[in-house]
Design a protein around this ligand. Sequence first.
Ligand SMILES: *[C@@H]1O[C@H](CO)[C@@H](O)[C@H](O)[C@H]1NC(C)=O
Ligand SMILES: *[C@@H]1O[C@H](CO)[C@@H](O)[C@H](O)[C@H]1NC(C)=O
Ligand SMILES: *[C@@H]1O[C@H](CO)[C@@H](O)[C@H](O)[C@H]1NC(C)=O
Ligand SMILES: *[C@@H]1O[C@H](CO)[C@@H](O)[C@H](O)[C@H]1NC(C)=O
Ligand SMILES: *[C@@H]1O[C@H](CO)[C@@H](O)[C@H](O)[C@H]1NC(C)=O
Ligand SMILES: *[C@@H]1O[C@H](CO)[C@@H](O)[C@H](O)[C@H]1NC(C)=O
Ligand SMILES: *[C@@H]1O[C@H](CO)[C@@H](O)[C@H](O)[C@H]1NC(C)=O
Ligand SMILES: *[C@@H]1O[C@H](CO)[C@@H](O)[C@H](O)[C@H]1NC(C)=O
Ligand SMILES: *[C@@H]1O[C@H](CO)[C@@H](O)[C@H](O)[C@H]1NC(C)=O
Ligand SMILES: *[C@H]1O[C@H](CO)[C@@H](O)[C@H](O)[C@H]1NC(C)=O
Length: 395
Amino acid sequence: MNFLLLIPFLLGICLSSPIRTDKRDGVYSPNTTADSMEAGYGKPYAVFRPQVFIVSLFELEREPWVKTLDFKHNITIPGLSPLYPEIYCTTNYTICHVTTGEGEINAASTITALGLSPLFDLSKTYWLVAGIAGGVPEHTTIGGVTFAKYAVQAGLAYEIDWREIEGTNPEWNSSYFALGTKNPSSYPVNIYGTEVFELNENLRDRALELASKAKLDNGTHQNAKYRALYPQKAAKSLPAVAACDVLTSDVYFTGNYLSDYFANYSRIITNNTAKYCTSAQEDNASLEAFVRLDKFGLADYKRIVVMRTVSDFVTPPPSMANNTVEFFTNNTQGGIEASLNNLVHAGLPFVHDILEKWDAVYKEGKKYQPKNYIGDFFRTLGGKPDFGSPHYQIA
Ligand SMILES: *[C@@H]1O[C@H](CO)[C@@H](O)[C@H](O)[C@H]1NC(C)=O
Ligand SMILES: *[C@@H]1O[C@H](CO)[C@@H](O)[C@H](O)[C@H]1NC(C)=O
Ligand SMILES: *[C@@H]1O[C@H](CO)[C@@H](O)[C@H](O)[C@H]1NC(C)=O
Ligand SMILES: *[C@@H]1O[C@H](CO)[C@@H](O)[C@H](O)[C@H]1NC(C)=O
Ligand SMILES: *[C@@H]1O[C@H](CO)[C@@H](O)[C@H](O)[C@H]1NC(C)=O
Ligand SMILES: *[C@@H]1O[C@H](CO)[C@@H](O)[C@H](O)[C@H]1NC(C)=O
Ligand SMILES: *[C@@H]1O[C@H](CO)[C@@H](O)[C@H](O)[C@H]1NC(C)=O
Ligand SMILES: *[C@@H]1O[C@H](CO)[C@@H](O)[C@H](O)[C@H]1NC(C)=O
Ligand SMILES: *[C@@H]1O[C@H](CO)[C@@H](O)[C@H](O)[C@H]1NC(C)=O
Ligand SMILES: *[C@H]1O[C@H](CO)[C@@H](O)[C@H](O)[C@H]1NC(C)=O
């Protein structure tokens, strides 16, 4: 190998070594003047350093952003979803967008691939994960906008078909029970580490404050008629912005019993701190990828906001409580357009705030430093969680 080629190669190895005392000290930032392209720790040759990355999970969520923002560049990197192989960026690459594909596997693989791409320095990037979700009528309604502090993974569980439970354990109200336990009301014993993710509450509150001033799409006439079937105040109201938490499950569940069980599970696993209000299929998975990237300075977990707008209700109205299957399959809730449009109505003010106040506020990120615990069950990023048990088995 030519000696001159060896120098950047060795430099690359040194700078990308995970062995470092403090990742913030390790930031390598050459000033390349003309284009503001900076490379951070571990990505000495990165070309793009977006200020905001918007994350959609599938095509319908992507469309309103494509219509609103002037994406001029397509960038293909290895490891993205075959359905969504391109990252979109605006003219000067300050805002980029990725579509992960639906479900936990797609979300985790896409975010990991993006985070490890040598083209992107994401060490200072803000993330707006913006998807639609099922809504819990106690807290929100069709078209409603929610910002999460916790993401809870519900799929990590045992399951026995109800027909094999009712004869022996009729007092059980769920076919699911937590790993390592013997009934549906116990705190999990076996932990995989992705059961709960906690996000930066200060940043969440800033995004929520900005969204609260936005004019939301109120939805269709049929949405309004459907909302009126519910007794809960939040369900009956026009769409509003709320702070409450998201449940992740690859299984798309619906109905009163499962929603009730998962609400209980969210409370149990987060020691009564989470308020479950939406159910979706990806957030825990994306967050696990972000935790791993942050550990090596490749992304900043403090800079993630998870927003879910409500496309439909998770549970039937009382008038259909005896027929959850019809509630779900004969969809008469009035369409999901309001939830899709509100991704942009509620999310864009935050995106603009970041660009407008980049130098003064967001670049260094001091103003919205988290005061709460952030990260996963295993304390991968340090700190002391307000959930979790000291007595668990890694299994
Ligand atoms: C880069 O250097 C130029 C020339 O010294 C300076 O004007 C500019 O502000 C610097 N840019 C950054 C981002 O530090
Ligand atoms: C980027 O890819 C999308 C399809 O994903 C296509 O519709 C669009 O025209 C492409 N844009 C550019 C600038 O090539
Ligand atoms: C990027 O472009 C946007 C829109 O034209 C502009 O507001 C912003 O200041 C630009 N940012 C940089 C870093 O050049
Ligand atoms: C199961 O649900 C029924 C009806 O909602 C309730 O009366 C009962 O207390 C529940 N049992 C348990 C163990 O939670
Ligand atoms: C939604 O309804 C509220 C209350 O009537 C109204 O203030 C708001 O402008 C409506 N939003 C839209 C987009 O029409
Ligand atoms: C949820 O917890 C409540 C209160 O402990 C209990 O009454 C209810 O039956 C539980 N629901 C399920 C589905 O386990
Ligand atoms: C559900 O209850 C309604 C009355 O509340 C009744 O008309 C309907 O037949 C019931 N449907 C089923 C499937 O039991
Ligand atoms: C579906 O809903 C519509 C409107 O409420 C109703 O007229 C129709 O009978 C329902 N279809 C079935 C198969 O239940
Ligand atoms: C959470 O609840 C579990 C089970 O009751 C308990 O063992 C654990 O100490 C609690 N964790 C915190 C941080 O309070
Ligand atoms: C995924 O979501 C579930 C609940 O939906 C949560 O318990 C779990 O902690 C989450 N995991 C990650 C990695 O975010």
